[in-house]
Design a protein around this ligand. Structure first.
Ligand code: C5P
Length: 234
């Protein structure tokens, strides 16, 4: 069975979080958040290595130190320089993958800010995704009632939530198909907020694989507190 490489976009400034240090580098029990993310990905026996996409002049990237050696479990982790959008950063990460990753090999793209990915979910994604011609994403069904707001902040209507899913990561697609989809979206001026969106634009239909709600993205200080609590319970 062929191994998989991961691309981890970590070039965002995380302005919503409101801290000086980008959220992926916030200290959690003595380790930067991104170390947990890498450890979760590289824990899978089929994941061979990762490319972390950092922003230019990234003063916060902790570099290849002891923390990362432990997180990486002896697997190679390299860096690439990101772009202005998430899609540009992912494209840069794909270009930096080693030549051993073939054009039709699957690649995992996983947010640096999702440190609580469970091995079971990753396994489920890899198993199901490999059997799909296009690929697959982890996702969770929408559980809240959804409201469409008007310009004045009043509710225009309620949107049916049946068949609506929240896209999580990792997302798993073939190297060449994904880079082509991201390039095409960029050329068309469409900002793909996840990889699947770029693939869908090509008329492709990635598979939804239900994942745990615990695989949340750290966006606010409350999310970070939730992750710290989860760690304390491990
Ligand atoms: O901003 P958001 O939380 O959606 O970012 C998701 C992931 O994409 C984060 O890990 C962030 O660092 C990354 N990103 C990036 N390059 C950008 C914007 C976001 O690598 N230009």
């Amino acid at each position: 069975m062929r191994g998989l490489w991961a691309v981890v976009p970590a070039a965002g400034r995380g302005t919503r979080f409101g801290s000086e240090v980008p959220k992926q580098y916030l200290d959690v029990d003595g380790q930067p958040l991104i170390a947990y993310t890498l450890a979760a990905l590289l824990a899978h026996p089929l994941v061979e290595g990762a490319v972390v996409v950092v922003s230019e002049n990234d003063a916060d990237w902790p570099g290849w130190n002891e923390t990362f050696r432990i997180a990486a479990a002896g697997k190679p982790v390299s860096t690439a320089i990101g772009g202005a959008t998430r899609a540009a950063s992912v494209l840069s990460g794909i270009s930096a993958l080693p030549d051993s990753v073939r054009a039709d090999d699957f690649v995992l793209v996983h947010d640096a800010a999702r440190p609580n990915l469970a091995l079971d979910d990753l396994q489920k994604l890899v198993e199901r995704g490999r059997e799909d011609p296009v690929g697959a994403i982890l996702a969770a069904p929408v559980r809240d009632t959804l409201k469409r707001a008007g310009d004045d902040g009043g509710i225009d209507r309620t949107e049916p939530r049946e068949r609506l899913w929240r896209a999580l990561t990792p997302q798993m697609f073939r190297r060449l198909q994904l880079s082509k989809a991201l390039e095409d979206a960029a050329k068309a001026g469409v900002e793909a907020t996840d990889e699947s969106m770029a693939m869908e634009r090509q008329g492709l239909r990635p598979l939804l694989v239900e994942g745990s709600e615990d695989n949340f993205k750290i966006t606010t200080p409350a999310d970070l507190a939730r992750f710290r609590f989860i760690l304390s319970q491990r």
